[in-house]
Design a protein around this ligand. Structure first.
Ligand code: RTP
Length: 151
């Protein structure tokens, strides 16, 4: 049985500028996930370089950091069963042209450099990313009244 997990989801600057915060939140809420942290941030280059440090040797790295640094980001933590893998399914493939309709990238994006939303790719990375983006106390533990109707 899949475990209850937390995942880090970030609506990138293009998603915020295009007014997609509410529709993206709705997809996670409607699926049954629980929001445990949310904030709008402009964390700066050094923070973004740390977030994507695994990609620092890629040719596209400077463009990626510039893109992520181009406006506010909506940083969130979502919790629920299999949240990391299912979060990635809700997002779609990295390349929006390869993303299925019904996914966020498949419905709202066309190119990799404007792909709307980030989601953690493993439980270990989710924990690292949550610790990087949120201070202690910013992630709230709460019981949703809906839970007994979801699980
Ligand atoms: P993300 O971390 O943003 O959720 O994306 P991902 O796991 O699906 O893909 P990843 O390989 O981690 O790439 C991070 C972000 O870099 C940009 N990218 N551009 N030009 C390119 O070839 C290229 N490849 C990746 C995308 O914005 C991607 O989401």
């Amino acid at each position: 049985m899949p475990s209850t997990e937390q995942t880090f989801i970030a609506i990138k600057p293009d998603g915020v500028q295009r007014g997609l915060i509410a529709p993206i939140i709705a997809r996670f809420e409607n699926r049954g996930f629980k929001l445990t942290a949310i904030k709008l941030v402009t964390p700066g280059k050094a923070h973004l370089e740390k977030h994507y440090e695994d990609l620092k040797d890629k040719k596209f790295f400077p463009d990626l950091v510039e893109y992520m640094n181009s406006g506010p980001i909506c940083a969130m933590v979502w919790e629920g069963m299999d949240a990391v893998k299912t979060g990635r399914t809700i997002l779609g493939a990295t390349n929006p042209l390869a993303s299925a309709p019904g996914t966020i990238r498949g419905d709202y994006a066309l190119v990799m450099g404007r792909n709307i939303c980030h989601g953690s790719d493993s439980v270990e990375n989710a924990q690292k990313e949550i610790a990087l983006w949120f201070k202690e106390g910013e992630v709230v533990s709460w019981k949703s009244a809906q839970e007994s109707w979801i699980y």
